[in-house]
Write a protein that binds this ligand. Sequence first.
Ligand code: UFG
Length: 332
Amino acid sequence: MARYLVTGGAGYVGSHTVLALLDRGDEVVVLDDLSKGHRGAVAAGAKLVQGRCDDRAALADAFAQGPFEAVLHFAALSLVGDSMRDPMRYIGENLGGVAAVAGAAAKAGCRKFVLSSTAALFGFPERIPIDEEQRLEPVSAYGESKLVCERALSWAERVHGLRFAALRYFNAAGADPAGRAGEDHDPETHLVPLAIGAALGTRPPLTVFGTDYETPDGTCIRDYVHVTDLAEAHLRVLPLLDHRSVRYNLGNGTGYSVKQVLETVGQVAGRPVPHAFGPRREGDPASLVASSARLRADTGWTPRFPALEDIVRTAWAWHAAHPQGYGDRTTG
Ligand code: UFG
């Protein structure tokens, strides 16, 4: 048993990772300002320190609950479109958060750090599937913000001996199979919850962004990976940090088109997803599919829920049980 600090533990991937840590008997302190996360998403077994990652007093409070075996840093701004309206905010806040938390960790003698990174590092990729050798060339300020975070951590490693794992998530989706947590963003921009909301009637009909991509059915292809599998990957990389820093692409390795996702949601819902076809969304690559071969080989990680239907089914169950999400949303 060990104790972990999880920033952003009230958010989507963070809350599922907190559950995974608690389930294996670890202790968890969550640092979250609840600006995007939800109090109701913080598992009862975890202790919540409410505050921003760049707030010295909040950080001091959080680290006073240590010592921590590692810090898992999820807290960040994460909307690609939003980042193109306010790029300096994204780069400033995301880098500032990493710098503050990694700096405090090193000072407290905690030298293991897991960073939520993103497939957005790769921009418009050269080859599919995307392995770790591909060039890092973000096409959004969000992607750039995570790239500078990864680079910043290599300085913490060089100077403070802090070892880090950068996990480049592809499309996180689904919900805790036991129904204890789910996905609730405000605003919601992600395909799976929007499609489910449209089928449930809690959200408007979905607009498919573009039907003229160079893909078999003309709609974009993405690699949807179950959030519980993502969480498990965090646990798997922790032992590696005894020896070295690592960077991994993290996805299922199978791509599904927007139309395939809508069909699957329709099957699970037992009724078609109301939708219309619209123009492309700026900045969307035609296809993003991960090669997680390196992660699998180094850690033995393998997804427990690789089938899109299982991903959608768990998400559907959570949304059907929580039509208003965690119930603290202020807008649509
Ligand atoms: N889509 C629609 N209609 C919608 C919403 C999405 O057609 O209303 C499409 C998008 O165009 C895209 C696919 O569904 O082709 C998936 O879109 P999401 O917004 O769910 O996810 P993204 O692939 O755009 O973004 C995800 C993460 C980001 C990350 C990015 C990496 O959410 O954090 O992958 O490229 F940066």
